[in-house]
Write a protein that binds this ligand. Structure first.
Ligand code: NAD
Ligand code: UGA
Length: 440
């Protein structure tokens, strides 16, 4: 358990996205002095004013608190931030390319900049998800560009936070994994996380890199597994929630990540599954299991559209109300959201889409442009619609006034990709209600 070694450390965090910003803000919260850096001027401008550029519960108040306590600052200047820090966290994006290889251009650029800014011993900690072997590449880049007399250590510290509960996940993790090569770096990392009550697992660097990919790939596999079981339920009359509950009570299986739906999305599972398949390929192994996980995942989206078509065979010019766009609730993140695939398929069939999401509509506009329209609340999109699709399980949707909804809708059709409501209740209210892994 980390609990005794806490000491305030000067830290800089490079990249103020979902991971970097949460990391910087939470490290300041637990007592460190943190400079967050990004090369996106708009983000830094907002952050300096105490405004969060992303929607993440609890983050805004911690940003303001950090600034007020003088422990948190923001800058565009990597050179200044590195020079004034003992530990540098790298949290830039590491997208996956079409061939599955991780695009390392951002992490490489940052590594060069860190190396050039070095003015003494530093620990360089990557939190960006990287394929096994990448930390050693970072080390080589650092060696090529830094002053040879200056010493440094590299650490890989995978991040396991989930968007929507990122602050809580960071401050109360199940475990902290530190892949490190030197005792000195291990002790410094122990001090950084000294006040976080959770086991710290020290591993070799390569193991830590594999732990991150394997963890995400495993969770994605669990989702595709339960989604396949949900299809069997639909064909044979079993209720997926009953099946998942009973399976999950077996501690060896575990209840989490057994929620059937329209497949996983987000910036991580799709890209990390693809990257791990590529890591396997480069190691001479065809990871067919994960390829099937991907196939099942996309199939869930297609199955969902088929359900819509079973109610409305000809979608041309039919008005479809979409509730929820973000890839999961409590985030404005639209990356790889199931809503994107589903809406695109419906647009091919010439459906007319009007969508509502509590926080993700601005980001959705960048994706769909003017191909769909938006409503300022859920009832506005339902007006005159031929069907309602639920694509994200926002808690607000639980409060739908169904009597009002029924009056607004042209036909009482609800296709729920997140199983938010009970089929019996919806039938009693007079809706044709289709969901996932349940009757109909
Ligand atoms: P993001 O795209 O939200 O943020 C990345 C940030 O890095 C951006 O603000 C970008 O402007 C900045 N950046 C890029 N190049 C830079 C440079 N040269 N100098 C300064 N700033 C630069 O990404 P994210 O979702 O926070 O993910 C970051 C990494 O963490 C990825 O490797 C991801 O796989 C991993 N990860 C993400 C999550 C998550 O929930 N999003 C969870 C665990 C791990
Ligand atoms: C995921 C992991 O849960 C984090 O541990 C990890 O740090 C992160 O990826 C990452 O590496 O970036 P995140 O993508 O934020 O976090 O969100 P999840 O809660 O895992 O959901 C991912 C997707 O799976 C969502 O589209 C969600 O709707 C879907 N999902 C999740 C299901 O369909 N069923 C479930 O039972 C759980």
């Amino acid at each position: 358990m980390a609990s005794v070694h806490f000491r305030s450390i000067n830290i800089c965090v490079i990249g103020t996205g979902y991971v970097g910003l949460v990391t910087g803000v939470c490290l300041a919260k637990i007592g460190h002095s943190v400079i967050c850096v990004d090369n996106n001027k708009d983000k830094i401008k907002k952050l300096k004013k105490g405004i969060s550029p992303i929607y993440e519960p609890g983050l805004s108040s911690l940003i303001k608190e950090g600034i007020k306590k003088g422990r948190l600052s923001f800058s565009e200047d990597i050179n200044y931030a590195v020079k004034n820090s003992d530990v540098v966290f790298v949290c830039v994006n590491t997208p996956t390319q079409k061939n599955g290889k991780t695009d390392l251009r951002y992490i490489k650029a940052v590594s060069r900049e860190i190396a050039k800014a070095m003015n003494g011993y530093k620990v360089i900690v990557s939190k960006s998800t990287i394929a096994v072997g990448t930390s050693q590449k970072i080390k080589e880049i650092m060696k090529r560009h830094h002053h040879p007399k200056l010493k440094f250590d590299i650490v890989f510290n995978p991040e396991f936070l989930r968007e929507g509960s990122a602050v809580d996940d960071f401050l109360h993790p199940d475990r902290i994994v530190i892949g490190a090569e030197s005792e000195k770096a291990k002790r410094i990392m122990e001090q950084i996380y000294g006040s976080v009550k959770t086991p710290i697992i020290f591993t070799g660097i390569e193991a830590s890199e594999i732990i991150k990919h394997a963890s995400n790939a495993f969770l994605a596999t669990k989702i595709s597994f339960i989604n396949t079981v949900s299809n069997i339920c639909e064909k044979n009359g079993g209720e997926i929630e009953e099946v998942a509950l009973a399976m999950g009570l077996d501690k060896r299986i575990g209840k989490d990540f057994l929620k059937a739906g329209i497949g996983f999305g987000g910036s991580c599972f799709p890209k990390d599954v693809a990257a791990f398949i590529r890591v396997a390929k480069d190691s001479g192994y065809d990871f067919k299991l994960l390829k099937e996980v991907q196939r099942i995942n996309f199939n869930q989206r297609e199955q969902f559209v088929k359900k819509v078509q079973s109610l409305i065979p000809n979608l041309k010019n039919k008005k479809i109300a979409v509730l929820g766009l973000s890839f999961k609730p409590n985030t404005d993140d639209m990356r790889e959201a199931p809503s994107i695939d589903i809406i695109k398929m419906l647009l091919v069939k010439k459906a007319v889409i009007k969508a509502y999401d509590p926080v993700a509509m601005e980001k959705a506009k960048d994706i769909f442009k003017n191909k769909i329209t938006y409503g300022s609340n859920m009832y506005e999109v339902m007006k005159g619609a031929n069907a309602v699709l639920i694509l994200t399980e926002w808690a607000d949707f639980l409060k739908i006034d169904f009597k009002k909804a029924k009056k607004l809708l042209r036909s009482p059709f609800i296709i729920d990709g997140r199983n938010m409501f009970s089929p019996e209740k919806m039938a009693n209210l007079g809706f044709e209600y289709y969901s996932i892994g349940r009757k109909k």
